[in-house]
Design a binder for this molecule. Structure first.
Ligand SMILES: [Zn+2]
Ligand SMILES: [Zn+2]
Length: 115
């Protein structure tokens, strides 16, 4: 396998503006979910000591959201996203320790498993 010659034209990881963990569309989320009081995926109330911070998001109208999720859903959803991502990401095929998306997905997964 050749990994040294081609420099892929994909946007560099530092250019990623959105946190990589994919969330349901904003239109499907309630105020309590956007504020991090309830899980973004299952809508259950969250225990502040046992939930995963998914990073600040900005909605289209500039509204700042701080979504969080329960650990069970985080592990399931983020693991699925990580598998899907690594199957299509050139950076990960080359060296996944350099991929910012994978780093963030793994961080969320680690938080979900630890709590
Ligand atoms: Zn949940
Ligand atoms: Zn990647």
């Amino acid at each position: 396998m050749s990994t040294t010659t081609d420099n892929p034209t994909l946007a560099p990881p530092t250019g990623i503006k959105e946190a990589p963990v994919q969330l349901p569309p904003v239109g499907e989320l309630t105020e309590a979910q956007l504020r991090g009081h309830r899980c973004v995926w299952c809508a259950n109330p969250l225990d502040p000591a046992r939930c995963v911070d998914l990073g600040e998001r900005i909605a289209e109208d500039g509204y700042r959201c701080f979504p969080r999720a329960c650990t069970i859903r985080t592990v399931a959803m983020v693991h699925a996203q990580l598998v899907e991502h690594s199957a299509t990401c050139e950076q990960c095929a080359d060296d996944d320790t350099l991929c910012a998306e994978t780093a963030e997905l793994r961080r969320a997964l680690r938080d979900g498993r630890r709590l």
